[in-house]
Ligand binder design. Structure first.
Ligand code: FAD
Length: 398
């Protein structure tokens, strides 16, 4: 059966990437993207590090590994065609202890298993040729990774989709979902509604709630983790050439505070990963009663805090103390000092958690005959958004 009409909730990169793939697979279909904000891409898709990840970290065979590798190729091709600012500048993952060297070797093996090319383990002298101010004892060089302007990607996708007949309805906050024999009815908070045959939930920070509104039972909960950044002052910008990352803790999907050269100039440091008490709470003081209640009463959170008290305390202290934040940066670049760190922005990660406190590492896409729900699409889902879209389109029967 050819689907006649698709309703996509969420005009972030994943929702837009999905519409982009659907219009190619079902050229005669009616596709509507519903977005609660006045403009597309207002949340994770434009509040991130702007990095093109190549698929280094992810478990071989996982959806993340496959879609990240395909994703960076599709995303760079899209950027080239549309003349979107991007640059494949390469990245260093830097070990500062012997224990980290072992994990660096595991990462090297993972990267190779995932099909990355050009990976090299560097000694201190070799890494200093690439990043002269970096302090590691060894590093993994990932030449295929880069930086991009994701805001421009969002804008270009919107432009191309609209020119191909896709409707993007902004300020349409889906608050109620009804399933009738004839299809789905999505109601907005202002009384408007729209109908369609097939529902695709790409609602990011609210994807679990949308799934529940659509009648899906899921055991995972989106836990919002704020990532805070500093900007390096111009006097310190010469200390970082491109991308300098620490070796991440294997139990967490977060990569640790790192240095990122921005595509339009300047260097950013961060993000940390702090529990947020509002799903769209970009500042420390933001609080939303419903969000906080949902997060704090989820049994998984207590289990998570019990399992990883040191990590949670470390991230929280880096949020309240510039000194602590600076210390983790100094492990990578010792010349950085607090005076170099200027206030930066923040983003909120939509990270799915299981009731036992485990953070879901892989992308989680729930597929059913009349709907698809993207229940976990954290980093590198910006890089992989076009590949995630192609994957979703391939799941739908033609
Ligand atoms: C701090 C940070 C750094 C990151 N760095 C990188 C990076 O360097 N590289 C990378 O590849 N990835 C990175 N990521 C991850 C990446 O940004 C996200 O995985 C990706 O943007 C997810 O896209 P999305 O479309 O799923 O979510 P979003 O961009 O959040 O889009 C979801 C949309 O759904 C809308 N919505 C929600 N509820 C409703 C509703 N009820 N009705 C209508 N609309 C609704 C929201 O308004 C939103 O626009 C980072 C993320 C963060 C937070």
């Amino acid at each position: 059966m050819t689907k006649k009409s698709f309703l996509i909730i969420g005009a972030g990169l994943v929702g837009l990437g999905t519409a982009y793939a659907l219009i190619r697979r079902f050229p005669r279909a009616k596709i509507v993207v519903l977005e609660k904000e006045p403009q597309p891409g207002a949340h994770q898709s434009t509040h991130n590090s702007g990095v093109l990840h190549a698929g280094l970290y992810y478990k071989p065979g996982s959806l993340k590994a496959r879609l990240a590798v395909e994703g960076i190729r599709q995303m760079t091709a899209f950027c080239q065609q549309a003349d979107i600012p991007h640059e494949i500048c390469g990245k260093l993952v830097v070990a500062t202890t012997d224990d980290e060297i072992l994990r660096l070797k595991d990462l090297f093996n993972r990267g190779q298993a995932n099909g990355l090319s050009g990976l090299r383990i560097l000694d201190r002298d070799q890494l200093r040729q690439i990043e002269p101010h970096c302090n590691g004892i060894a590093a993994l060089h990932v030449p295929e990774e880069g930086i991009v302007d994701y805001t421009a990607v969002v804008q270009q996708l919107v432009k191309q989709l609209e020119s191909q007949g896709v409707s993007i309805l902004t300020s349409f906050h889906v608050v109620k979902i009804e399933r009738r024999l004839a299809g789905w009815i999505l109601h907005a908070g202002n009384g408007n509604f729209t109908t369609g045959d097939f529902l695709i939930n790409c609602a990011g920070l609210y994807s679990d709630r949308i799934a529940r509104l659509a009648g899906k039972k899921t055991s995972t909960r989106i836990i919002p983790f704020r990532g805070e950044y500093y900007k390096l002052s111009p006097s310190a910008a010469h200390l970082v050439r491109n991308l300098i990352y620490p070796v991440p803790h294997p139990a967490f999907p977060f990569l640790g505070v790192h240095f990122t050269r921005l595509i339009h100039g300047g260097i950013e440091a961060g993000p940390n990963a702090v529990l947020a008490l509002a799903r769209e709470g970009y500042s420390k003081n933001d609080f939303n009663l419903a969000d906080a209640f949902e997060t704090l009463t989820f049994p998984g959170l207590l289990n998570f805090l019990r399992k990883y008290p040191r990590m949670c305390w470390g991230e929280l202290s880096s949020s309240f103390s510039k000194k602590v934040f600076c210390r983790s940066l100094q492990k990578l670049v010792p010349e950085i000092c607090e005076e170099h760190l200027l206030p930066g922005g923040a983003g909120i990660r939509a990270q799915a958690m299981l009731p036992d406190g485990t953070l879901v590492q892989d992308f989680d896409i729930l597929n059913s005959p009349d709907s698809i729900h993207v229940l976990n699409a954290p980093s590198p889902a910006a890089t992989a958004s076009l590949a995630i879209g192609s994957h979703i389109a391939s799941l739908i029967q033609g």
